[in-house]
Design a protein around this ligand. Sequence first.
Ligand code: UDP
Length: 241
Amino acid sequence: MDSSSSKPIHRLLLKVSGEGFSKEGETALDTDRVSALAEQLRILTSEGVQVATVIGGGNILRGAQSAHLGITRSTGDYMGMLATVINGLALSDSLESNGVPTRVMSAIDVHKVCEPFIRRRAIRHMEKGRVVVLVGGLGSPYFTTDTTAAQRGAELECDALFKATMVDGVYDKDPNQHDDAVFLPKLSFDEVLDKQYRVMDMTAFALCRENDLPIVVFNMGDSSAVVRAVRGDKVGTRIQN
Ligand code: UDP
């Protein structure tokens, strides 16, 4: 246990990027990855942790990259938001197959398969032990699902935002390019700004900082990371005031 740390987590906002749903460089859903994630969430809810998860769509499409396909940015962004619906439905299905009740809530209308996002209803679902799977981003182009995670984390009064990534956390320089990159287990929001460490996009980061929402960046390849981090183990990089 990390005794130096922070408030216990009763309500968690977990951001899972699209990379968590497909093998590297692929767009097809990877059922092993989805089931591993669902298992982590099953354990957390069985321990009484309330969970909302914001789902990314970058494995399928990102609006900013759609120009090379001849697709306008806004349309690409809406396509990206729809991609998050596909990933979110896969996670919800996997959770339900393992006995975990879920509600998929979307910021864009897809009412045949998702509820609309309504804050008080989302909180009620979590209080009843349902995993709330948040899809459709914020429902507007030119945003990211990191910004969605920060906004929903604040709005739903979560104790922390966990950002699942492909790296172990934050380093002083890119570990893929520098052998001497140093891993940073704990940072303040101001240190991240001063040193210009890349944690998430600036809109998302500013929202977390202003709303005093701690961020934990961790490697989603480590299948028990979320559960260990919620239990208070030192996992990934923690950023807080
Ligand atoms: N998107 C958007 N508005 C939002 C959230 C997402 O337009 O509020 C679009 C945007 O094109 C984004 C794509 O959906 O690139 C997929 O989300 P993101 O890139 O954040 O997914 P991730 O990188 O987490 O897989």
